[in-house]
Design a binder for this molecule. Sequence first.
Ligand code: ADP
Length: 561
Amino acid sequence: MTEREQLDLRRRRLTNGRQAMLQRFDSGCPISQLPITGAVESRPVLDESARTAAPFPDAQCVHSLFESQAKRTPEAIASTFGTESLTYQQLDDLANRLARNLHARGVRRGDLVAVHLERSFELLVAILAILKCGGGYVPLPTDYPVARRRFMLEDSRAVLVISLRAMPEGIVPAGCGVLELQGFDGRVDGAGLTATDLPRPEQDPSDVAYVIYTSGSTGEPKGVVVEHRSIARLVFGQSYARFGSDRVFLQLAPVAFDASTFEIWGSLLHGARLVIVREGPPDLQAIGALIRQHRVTTLWMTVGLFNAVIDSRPETLAGVEEILTGGDVLSPRHVQLAQERLGPGTRIINGYGPTECTTFACCYTIPHAVAQSTSAIPIGRPIANTRAYVLDELGEPVVVGVTGELYLAGAGLARGYLNRPELTAERFLPDRFAEEPGGRMYRTGDLVRWLADGTLDFVGRRDQQVKIRGFRVELGEIERVLEDYPGVDKAVVEARELAGAGKAIVAYWKANEGGRVVREELARFVRTRLPSFMIPSAWVELSELPLTSSGKVDRRALPEP
Ligand code: ADP
């Protein structure tokens, strides 16, 4: 930034500060309580956000926390799937048996093991067994294109992949073993291994627990590396939701998305019951039946699914005590409808957070009877052991009411991106507000502002990352794939509201000089590379891409599809 730009920015901040002050004055704030300058006012916000420290078991690994729970409540039901249930003791025994098997195959502390499994008992057994060996799990969705699954296996350097079926041709790189499970009851080859704990390797809560891949703007997905301690931070010492052995959680999120961290570990580390929803497109009738039959108390739903349920079958959610929804901007109208239909016995919570801060960073329990006039639902305050800073382009805290970028810090922060030191350094910065040296903060790319009551309001993104049906998508990743197609010269991808389809991906491209691109072939090529939620819904060939005066693609001038 030049000196001139810095000056401009400071001037803008002062103007913003003045505006915020006038707004407060207009709303009846006594003069004595008006802020004098932006810097003066921003301190209390930082201080308040820093006061989220709460005790949590930060010295234990996730599987040890599970084992202690299994010893406390061996006969309690840990999980239910279809007509079958597993007690804590059974789940722990099965995991020990599989852990012995993995250990015999050479899985050691620090190794990554891919799980090519859908929601099931096998999945729970597998991830527990991997952790028990000192390894980290890498969810590998069974419905991703072969090329993407192969990329994830190569990029993660997984030593082994656990699957229920034979792995498709061409996915497993050399050096990665395959373990085919025969069923959750331990009928893996080498059955007969004892179910007692493995001799415990030396382990530390800063070891890797899992790696979850998210869309990457440079054309390839990136693995977010999450440590044991961050999982404990999500589900202990918190007040955004209730945890305990009387809870019944629904497992609805795909394990490749980090809402599953809340569902799986939020229940299994507390002696609660995890009710597994069969994989596939959400079947509201089936979900409603599970909720009633098992008296589900707690569930997570992406905003898109929540809105769809409230529009078509709100009774599905009747009786649930805590509904956490988020992943995208909430719709006040749907929240209001839900409150009307479900009554005061149901708390609706806005859950906000990037994968890089382990599922939730901020939460907001929505007060009952949201007003008709509400235009936005805040994302709330940082949860325990999490700090939030709203900074301007110079990295200075902004005053209440002024939009800035959200930075997060605390025990939920991921270690970084797997094998991507430059990208990690770009997004995980030294935390200069931390009291202890060595702290880091994550730059979210989300634009937010503090509200006067100390909650945060979500404003938007500062880049080309969008949410499509709750899935995080970097438009740049789709653009790179389109440009990899031999006939395409340049591509631009946008997320647009399409009539009847909601937010959808639109692909624009310009063919090579004199070349010809057959749209169906291009679409087929893209489908071999990207998962279904990243496939454009509309395809538009342009003879020229519209440019701004500075020569960049003018996204606003792109035609409606
Ligand atoms: P999640 O699994 O929580 O959706 P992702 O890493 O996939 O996490 O996406 C994180 C991004 O999603 C955030 O940086 C933000 O842009 C958006 N997001 C998540 N939750 C919310 C929310 N409650 N309100 C608005 N945007 C949200």
